[in-house]
Design a protein around this ligand. Structure first.
Ligand code: SF4
Ligand code: SF4
Length: 286
């Protein structure tokens, strides 16, 4: 079972939920849970996991490199590139690496065989574990803008041979490409929100993507419950979305998180709540 934890906006408690679910799933003696931090622009799961030694592998995008001896400046490569990442300028072919999505079309279409591909490093994949969970996370290099290739490298490398493990994906916030790349790999999506007008607005946007476009089963966790109004609950009822949990505004939660402690370890009464959430999702997806 692969569960993605997403949110329409940042700061809702998405990472707290993802880490808590992974630790709650760790009572399965047959299969250690796997937590994948796909929020590659701001990966924070590791802060709460007391991990053993972390290994890092570079990852990136295969970008074109042009052999000026073979190239006759025909411009076919620029014509096929929808991203405008390659262009003929005077007597040269220019490649804008940071715009390149590594699709390979220009290499395939070059009639002179003048293009070969080289790796443009844009990030890294970290791996580690602690006594309860296995962990891997993507990290986008500073100054890079293309989160999706790092996320897809992380998912490709860890979902294929997952067996019966419970896999938790901590998605990027929002409802743009990084979020879509993450949640489309899941069996179920948890949308974390707050009971505020902003929370409702961004939840609505996320539901339009997850439910209306991708048709992935989903449920909602309302965090900091009691701080706003019931509009989020009414919205869930109207959209037929199960409210999996309402986590109260609790000063103790803020305190343990500020100390880098995982919620379900520091406040064990929340462990049962997250195990119930996993059981509910298991029944929904079976
Ligand atoms: S398609 Fe090949 S030969 Fe034509 S401009 Fe591009 S690199 Fe040069
Ligand atoms: S690999 Fe794809 S995105 Fe990159 S320059 Fe070639 S056609 Fe454009």
């Amino acid at each position: 079972m692969v569960i993605a934890v997403a949110s329409g906006k940042g700061g809702t408690g998405k990472t707290t939920v993802a880490v808590s679910l992974a630790l709650a799933a760790s009572n399965d003696a047959d299969a250690r849970p796997l937590l994948l931090d796909c929020d590659v622009e701001e990966p924070n799961c590791a802060l709460f996991l007391d991990l053993d030694r972390i290994t890092r592998k570079p990852t990136g995008v295969l970008v074109p490199e042009v052999d000026p001896v073979k190239c006759d400046l025909c411009g076919r490569c620029a014509e096929v590139c929808v991203w405008k990442a390659i262009a003929v300028a005077g007597e040269k072919v220019l490649v804008f690496r940071d715009l390149c999505h590594g699709c390979g079309s220009c290499t395939l279409m070059c009639p002179r065989g003048a293009i070969h591909e080289i790796m443009h490093e844009t990030g890294s994949i970290e791996e580690s574990s602690n006594r309860s969970v296995d962990y891997a996370g993507g990290v986008l290099n500073v100054g890079q803008v293309m989160a999706v290739p790092v996320i897809s490298a992380l998912l490709d490398g860890h979902l294929r041979d997952r067996g019966k493990r419970t896999v938790i994906l901590d998605s990027s916030p929002g409802s743009s490409c990084p979020m879509v790349e993450t949640v489309k790999a899941s069996d179920y999506v948890i949308l974390v929100t707050e009971p505020t007008p902003f929370g409702l607005h961004d939840l609505d946007a996320a539901v339009r993507v997850v439910t209306d476009q991708l048709h992935i089963p989903s449920g909602v966790i309302v965090n900091r419950d009691g701080t706003g109004n019931d509009d989020v609950i009414d919205f869930c009822r109207e959209r037929g979305l199960p409210v999996l949990a309402r986590i109260p505004m609790d000063r103790r939660i803020a305190e343990v998180l500020s100390e880098g402690k995982p919620l379900v370890r520091a406040l064990p009464e929340y462990m049962d709540l997250f195990r119930e959430i996993l059981a509910t999702i298991g029944e929904t997806t079976s």
